[in-house]
Design a protein around this ligand. Structure first.
Ligand code: NAD
Length: 498
C-alpha cells in the first residue's frame, strides 16, 4: 500500500484538485571582474501545482513486438496478475527491480530514529505501472505471445502463464522504409502500412485515437523502442521544425520524418536520429535532435566511471560490446555507426559530452574506442567489456576493467516504465514565478528524464548535465520542491556539532 505523505507547512496547500507549494529556489549568480569571481546569492519564488487525480494511462510502443516491447508488457502483466514461477534456482515472483520509481527510496527527512526513507513513487501522486494499458506498432505481425517466445528473454514457465494474455495483443501495422533500417529487418516486415507518407501518418494518428477510445485511457504516451535508424541530417526548411516537417511529409521529401501530432508525450529508447523518416512522435521537434537511449546496465556503470574521472585524467577508454538480439544485427549494419566500430563521432562521444559536471579539466574529452560484435549465442545477455586508463600523480597510471553480462531487456523494461511514468507526472505539474505569473508546464524537452537516458536531451541553450548523481538529485529535488520541501543537501549539520 502507498505510504501517505502530508507536508505540515503553511507553504503547502492540499486542495481537492492540487497539491500547491510555495517554494524558494536558491541559486548563485557568478560574474568575473578583473580576475575575481563575484558570487551573488539569488532567490526566486515559485508556486508549484501538482494535479492529484491520476489519469488512466495508455502507452503505445513503436516496436511492440521486439525484446523490449514484449518484456515490458509481460512484466506489467506478471506484476498485475501477481505471478510466480519456478526456475532451476527456486521460485521467482514478479517484481519491478531496476525501476527508479518502484524499487528505490528517497530520504524524506529525519525522525526520532534517524533518516526516514520512503519509496520514490510515494513522493507525489504517480501512475502505478500495473495500471498502464499497452498497445503499439510493429513491422512484424507476430502476436505478443509468439513475439515473447522469439525474444527468448523470459523463463519458460513464466511464458506459459503469460501466453493466454499476451496472445490477445497484436501489434498494429507500422511504417516501414527499408533504406533507414538494416536489410535483415526485411525478413520480419510482414505488417506494414501502404499508401503515401501523408496517408501513413494519418493512419498512425487514427491508431492513437482508436486506442484512446477502445481502451478508455485518458492519456497516451508513445515510446520508440523499434530498431535504431540510420542517421539523417537536419535539413533547414525540411525537417527542422514541426511545421516544415508536416509540409515535407505532404511532399514526400526523402528526408521527411513522420510526426504524430496526437501523441501526448514521446520517448525514444533506441539511439535513433530525429531526422530519420520513419515513425516519430508528437513532441518530436521539441529539439533539433531526438536522441534518448535508455541507460541500462553497462551504460550506467560507465556513467559512474566517468564521474570517477573527476579526480583522474582518463586517457584511454576502450570498449567491446557483444550484442545478441535482433537489435545487435541491426547495429552492425554499415548504415549505422559505420558497421560496429566507432570512435569520437559515435554514440559514446555524445554520451560523454557535457558530462564533466563541475570540472574544468578535460578528462572526459577522450574519445572512447568501442567495437560492437554480433554474437547470437549470448541471447538477451549482452556482454560489455570496458577498460579505462587514467593518468595519476607523477606519471603513474590507474586502470579499471569491467566485464558486464546483463539480460538487457530485463534492465531496459523498468526504465521504460520510469520514463513514461515520470513523463506523465511532469505533465501534471505546473508552476509560476513572480516574473511569469501564468502557470506553465515544463519545457516539452523533459531534461529531467536525463538520468534514465544515455545522452541527455535539453532544451536548446540549456546546460547539459550528464553526471549520474546530479541527474538523480534533480528528479528528487524537483519532486521535493512540488511539496515545498528544501532540496536534499546531505549536509547533516545537526550531527556535525560537538
Ligand atoms: P528488437 O530488435 O528485439 O525489437 C525491435 C522491434 O522493432 C522489432 O520487433 C522490429 O520488428 C520492430 N521495428 C523495426 N522497425 C520498425 C518500425 N519502423 N515500426 C515499428 N516497429 C519496427 O530490439 P530491442 O532489444 O527490443 O531494442 C529496441 C531498441 O532499444 C533498439 O534500438 C536497442 O538498441 C534499444 N535498446 C535496447 C535495450 C535492451 O535492453 N533490449 C536497451 C537499451 C536500448
Amino acid at each position: 500500500m502507498a505510504t501517505q505523505i502530508r507536508v505540515d507547512s503553511s507553504n503547502v496547500k492540499y486542495t481537492e484538485r492540487y497539491i500547491e507549494a510555495q517554494y524558494s529556489y536558491h541559486t548563485s549568480a557568478v560574474s568575473r571582474d578583473n580576475g575575481t569571481y563575484k558570487v551573488t546569492p539569488r532567490s526566486t519564488h515559485y508556486t508549484f501545482r501538482t494535479e492529484r487525480k491520476l489519469p488512466k494511462l495508455g502507452v503505445m510502443l513503436v516496436g511492440w513486438g521486439g525484446n523490449n516491447g514484449t518484456t515490458v508488457t509481460a512484466a506489467v502483466l506478471a506484476n498485475r496478475l501477481g505471478l510466480s514461477w519456478r526456475t532451476k534456482t527456486g521460485w521467482k515472483k514478479a517484481n519491478y527491480f531496476g525501476s527508479l520509481l518502484q524499487a528505490s527510496t528517497v530520504c524524506l527527512g529525519t525522525g526520532p530514529e534517524g533518516d526516514v526513507f520512503v519509496p520514490f513513487h510515494d513522493l507525489l501522486p504517480m501512475v502505478h505501472p500495473n495500471d498502464i494499458v499497452f498497445d503499439g506498432w510493429d513491422i512484424s505481425s507476430l502476436d505478443l505471445a509468439r513475439a515473447m517466445e522469439r525474444a527468448q528473454v523470459l523463463d519458460w514457465s513464466l511464458q506459459e502463464q503469460l501466453r493466454p494474455h499476451m496472445a490477445k495483443l497484436k501489434p498494429r501495422p507500422s511504417i516501414y522504409i527499408p533504406e533507414f533500417i538494416a536489410a535483415n529487418q526485411g525478413e520480419r516486415a510482414d505488417n506494414v502500412l501502404g499508401g503515401s507518407m501523408e496517408e501513413q501518418m494519418e493512419q498512425i494518428r487514427k491508431d492513437i485515437r482508436d486506442f484512446r477510445q477502445q481502451s478508455r485511457v485518458d492519456k497516451v504516451i508513445v515510446l520508440w523502442t523499434a530498431n535504431t535508424e540510420r542517421f539523417c541530417d537536419i535539413v533547414p526548411g525540411v525537417n527542422d521544425t514541426a511545421q516544415n516537417l508536416l509540409k515535407t511529409i505532404q511532399f514526400a521529401h526523402e528526408a521527411a520524418v513522420m510526426s504524430l501530432s496526437l501523441a501526448a508525450g514521446s520517448h525514444d529508447s533506441s539511439p535513433s536520429d530525429v531526422g530519420s523518416p520513419q515513425l516519430l512522435l508528437g513532441a518530436v521537434l521539441m529539439a533539433p535532435r531526438w536522441w534518448q537511449t535508455c541507460r541500462t546496465g553497462f551504460s550506467r556503470a560507465r556513467s559512474v566511471l566517468q564521474e570517477l574521472g573527476e579526480w583522474l585524467q582518463t586517457t584511454v577508454h576502450i570498449g567491446f560490446v557483444h550484442l545478441p538480439s535482433n537489435s545487435g544485427v541491426h547495429v552492425l549494419w554499415p548504415g549505422f555507426f559505420g558497421g560496429g566500430e566507432f570512435t569520437s563521432e559515435g554514440v559514446e562521444k555524445r554520451e560523454i559530452s557535457g558530462s564533466k559536471g563541475g570540472r574544468s579539466d578535460k578528462s572526459l574529452d577522450v574519445p572512447p574506442q568501442v567495437v560492437i560484435k554480433y554474437v547470437p549465442y549470448v541471447g538477451d545477455s549482452k556482454r560489455a567489456m570496458d577498460e579505462y586508463t587514467s593518468e595519476i600523480m607523477l606519471g603513474g597510471t590507474n586502470t579499471i576493467v569491467i566485464h558486464n553480462t546483463c539480460e538487457d531487456s530485463l534492465l531496459a523494461s523498468p526504465i521504460i516504465l520510469d520514463l513514461v511514468i515520470l513523463t506523465e507526472l511532469c505533465q501534471r505539474i505546473t508552476f509560476r514565478t513572480e516574473d511569469s505569473p501564468d502557470f506553465q508546464t515544463f519545457h516539452s524537452v523533459l531534461s529531467v528524464l536525463s538520468y534514465l537516458c544515455k545522452a541527455p536531451l535539453v532544451p536548446q541553450g540549456a546546460p547539459v548535465v550528464n553526471a549520474l548523481f546530479r541527474q538523480r538529485a534533480c528528479i528528487e529535488n524537483i519532486m521535493r520542491a512540488c511539496l515545498g520541501l528544501p532540496p536534499q543537501n546531505h549536509m547533516q549539520l545537526e550531527h556535525k556539532t560537538r
